[in-house]
Design a binder for this molecule. Structure first.
Ligand code: C2E
Ligand code: CA
Ligand code: CA
Ligand code: CA
Length: 279
């Protein structure tokens, strides 16, 4: 059976060029998941480690497939980008987040900014900002509660003035823009003075080996120093230990995200926490 599997893999590879059997199964599954309501969101809290307050959260896409099991976004997001499905997927996420925020507000929970990951291709749509404002309004959500996490790859692609205008529109309308995975994207730093960014997220790869790794410690220190000098807020991601949180706090990074503080949680779990934290 193993050999048959390998043969069919070769067959698909030969016939369809770079596309292999696993990709095809994923593609089929992803299209079905989109139509069939198999996608949902997880929410990971951001915590101010100094005040111990819960200050925001990040919405993370989840796909639980009856045949394929739990598929990681690290696998299906790049696929969706390749297949041209990311705009649809991204719209779905933005809809869900705005609706959920609207629901929490109606229930009287303490308002908490939510950040959404955005792919470069979504920024190509000139109506992107207008669509966001329309959604927020329809759900009764203030724009200060929405944050968009862009990666450096979004910004190298979007060299043209049109896209910078888009980011200016979002910023002017009160949406917070942050740069995700900072320092991993092979881009120059010039975007930091050109774009209306408010937050830098230190990538988990710089945090992972703290406090043991001296070079990483120096890099993180330099990033925090630069961000602070530019008037940007810093958030560290992938914080897995108390020692990491303590070090980051000492260097001036107060907002952390990671397993040590809270894992991504279901909508039900988050709703319960929000209810309890408002009491
Ligand atoms: P990201 O934006 O850098 O999100 C952080 C990832 O790290 C999440 O993985 C999160 O679950 C994980 N994480 C959080 N704390 C820790 C920790 O302490 N240790 C470790 N090892 N990992 C931690 P996830 O949910 O699997 O998402 C992976 C990536 O997929 C995200 O990376 C993001 O780039 C992308 N993604 C997820 N949802 C969306 C979405 O709605 N739209 C787009 N365009 N991309 C998304
Ligand atoms: Ca992110
Ligand atoms: Ca990140
Ligand atoms: Ca990352």
């Amino acid at each position: 059976a193993k050999d048959a599997g390998r043969n069919s893999y070769c067959f698909y590879n030969a016939v369809m060029g770079e596309r292999n059997y696993e990709d095809l199964a994923l593609e089929h599954g992803l299209r079905k998941a989109l139509e069939g309501g198999l996608l949902h969101l997880a929410w990971q809290p951001k915590i101010d480690v100094v005040s111990r307050r819960w200050v925001g959260m990040e919405a993370l896409l989840r796909w639980h497939d009856p045949d394929l099991g739990e598929v990681s976004p690290l696998q299906f997001i790049p696929l969706a980008e390749k297949l041209g499905l990311i705009e649809t997927l991204g719209d779905w996420v933005l809809d869900q987040v705005c609706q959920q925020l609207g629901q929490w507000i109606k229930r009287g929970y303490r308002p908490m900014p939510v950040s959404v990951n955005v792919s470069a291709r979504q920024l190509v749509d000139a109506d992107f900002a207008a669509c966001i404002f329309r959604r927020l309004k329809a759900c009764g959500v203030g724009s200060e509660l929405l944050e968009l996490e862009l990666t450096e790859s979004c910004l190298i692609l979007e060299q043209e003035d049109g896209e910078y205008q888009l980011l200016d529109q979002l910023h002017a309308g009160g949406v917070t823009l942050s740069i995700d995975d900072f320092g991993t994207g092979y881009s120059s730093l010039s975007y930091l003075r050109k774009l209306p960014l408010s937050v830098i997220k230190i990538d988990a790869s710089f945090v992972r080996e703290l406090p043991g790794n001296r070079e990483d410690g120096q890099l993180v220190k330099a990033i925090i120093g630069m961000a602070t000098a530019l008037g940007l807020e810093v958030v560290a991601e992938g914080v897995e230990t108390r020692a990491q949180a303590t070090l980051l706090q000492g260097l001036g990074c107060h907002v952390c995200q990671g397993y040590w503080l809270a894992r991504p949680a279901s909508t039900e779990q988050i709703s319960q926490w929000l209810r309890e934290s408002g009491e």
